[in-house]
Design a protein. Structure first.
Length: 489
């Protein structure tokens, strides 16, 4: 009998895993909070112990980023994530309002289809697995085709640890035969309750189009404004380190500096000392042609690459010490390719005289492919910081820190997450850092606060029912006002 083609195998695997996940979830939704937390703690510990090995696997398989940096992301989405969510109640009554006599009861969604990207594969599997299982859901991961092995291994490690701690078999799984029809089958499957989509724009659009509830992300064309009031040495260190981190594959990475004119020259020199190499105009054009050969999305071959690798592709020369490449730009839009999101070690550079002009330039960037996502600001002037926080159409404003690690919750107090919602302005249902709260529903048990007035048991208030025929509109209005006043007590 001839072997089934890959697409058919992928479709069948999606069905098999979704069916098994549903059966396991029906058991898991009866678990106690203690049982849930024991399994999640075991998975978090297993992910943490394997963080380095899985980081190496991800870098080797995809060709993106830096193994040590992927290790840090794995630590964020195992140990640090668990510390952030371990005390969250997800079983039974999770809140009680004594005054309003309302009980909030957590209720799991069911089977979560977890679409994962090639840029952050192992950390995303860890993250989605923990938040799904903590909320008493099952989860089936659908990896990017270029990151299958590392994702399957991550899911295996977490599933084994959770099952050893009492979690039912089949609750956590990952597709190993990946194809577009297979992933579509998983998303459309009758047992899939919600989709967590992290990846490219087309994949996220597909997730939103299948008729299921979906949490998606959007592109992050993140500006970093550096004000004249900033600690310039720290700003330079943070910007270069953040842009170089895992070679810029996190969507919250800084994409262009918007430097306040009085401090622009000093900031540039400080960034050079940290490893930023400013390319000339001809080199910038060469990089633009390589990164965006069709003028649309970035060429995947250039994603997550070192400055030296990019220089070789572009036919230019850059020094060995360069950690990132910086291109001076004059405008934002299709005529300036490097003004778009660049998930690689190339950073744009603009200058603006005053925070108001800086604000306008940042909004230009955000509107060109980054609506709802993230903005970074380095400043000490609280007035300037709040102006940016109140006026920008993004849902993460990170202050005096890295874009990469600040928006994902490593260096700030926001919830650790690898799925950063861009809100309605970015085409998503939420602007939150997606976490366990987004994967359970709440049902409410509401007690009567007081008996309804006698009039409620009739066709209308007695005083209205007794109004004689021919009563004028103004008299009726007066009766209504009196009745409402009586009802309010």
């Amino acid at each position: 009998m001839p072997e089934l083609d890959h697409d058919l195998q992928s479709i069948q695997e999606a069905r098999t895993l979704a069916n098994a996940a549903r059966q396991a979830q029906l058991q898991w939704m009866k678990a106690s909070q203690t049982e849930v937390d024991r399994a999640c703690a075991a998975m978090a510990e297993a992910g943490y112990r394997a963080a380095e090995r899985l980081g190496r696997m991800a870098a080797e398989e995809t060709g993106y980023g830096v193994p040590q940096h992927k290790t840090l992301k794995n630590i964020l989405t195992s140990k640090l994530l668990w510390e952030a969510i371990k005390d969250i109640k997800t079983v039974g009554v999770i809140r009680h309002d004594e005054k309003k006599r309302i009980y909030d009861v957590a209720w799991p969604m069911g089977v979560v289809a977890a679409l994962t990207p090639s840029t952050n594969p192992t950390s995303t599997v860890m993250f989605k697995t923990l938040i799904a299982v903590k909320a008493r859901n099952a989860v089936v991961s659908a990896p990017h085709p270029s990151a299958v092995k590392c994702c399957v291994e991550t899911a295996r490690i977490m599933a084994e640890a959770g099952e050893a701690a009492g979690m039912p078999k089949g609750l956590v799984s990952c597709m190993s035969k990946v194809s577009l029809p297979g992933t579509q089958e998983l998303m459309r499957h009758k047992y899939t309750a919600v989709i967590l989509a992290t990846g490219g724009s087309e994949m996220v659009k597909a997730a939103h189009s299948v008729g299921k509830p979906a949490y998606g992300v959007g592109p992050g064309n993140v500006p970093v404004y550096v004000d004249r009031s900033a600690d310039l040495k720290k700003a330079a260190r943070d910007i270069v380190a953040s842009k170089a981190f895992d070679r810029s594959v996190i969507c919250a990475t800084e994409q262009a500096v918007v430097a306040d004119k009085p401090i622009a020259a000093q900031l540039a020199e400080l960034m050079k000392a940290e490893g930023a190499y400013f390319v000339d105009e001809a080199q910038a054009k060469a990089l633009g042609r390589v990164l965006f050969p069709t003028g649309g999305l970035i060429d995947p071959k250039t994603v997550g690459k070192s400055p030296q690798q990019l220089a070789q592709m572009a036919g230019i020369t850059v020094p060995d010490w360069a950690r990132i490449l910086v291109a001076r730009l004059g405008k934002v839009g299709r005529d300036e390719p490097l003004s778009a999101e660049k998930l690689t070690t190339v950073l744009g550079w603009y200058e603006a005289d005053g925070w108001e002009a800086g604000c306008e330039r940042c909004i230009e960037m955000i509107n060109y492919g980054g609506r709802g996502h993230t903005l970074v600001i380095h400043a000490q002037d609280e007035n300037v910081i709040m102006k940016f926080g109140l006026e920008k159409p993004v849902f993460r404003i990170v202050v005096n820190t890295w874009g990469t690690l600040g928006a994902t919750g490593y260096t700030t107090g926001v919830m650790p997450s690898m799925t950063l919602g861009p809100g309605g302005v970015g085409g998503a249902i939420t602007g939150d850092n997606i976490t366990v709260h987004h994967l359970y529903n709440i049902k409410r048990v509401a007690y009567e606060l007081g008996s309804p007035p006698p009039e409620a048991y009739t066709d209308g208030p007695a005083s209205l029912a007794s109004a004689p025929p021919g009563t004028s509109d103004s008299e009726i209005e007066e009766i209504v006002r009196r009745v409402l006043k009586e009802l309010k007590g």
